[in-house]
Design a protein around this ligand. Sequence first.
Ligand SMILES: [Zn+2]
Length: 87
Amino acid sequence: MKTLICQSCGWPFTKATGGTSRDKSINTDYCRDCYQDGAFTDKSLNLHELEVKLLEMAEMHEDISLEEAQELIKKLPELKRWRMDHI
Ligand SMILES: [Zn+2]
């Protein structure tokens, strides 16, 4: 299965864990943690909060190193959700 990169959290996902559009079709831009039924699950999330969240995830999960999380954070501003400044 093709690995996709979530355009919100930067995490890899597959179609099986993809978000859903309003018509319940799979959205291949975002993972289901970030996007469900055509809307972001956490609409007020900002880039800084996401960075904190990813670092917390790296601390909690053994399979994610702090270095990996930091690499991911560097790439976040290139993602679709964060490319334009909505704030
Ligand atoms: Zn995501």
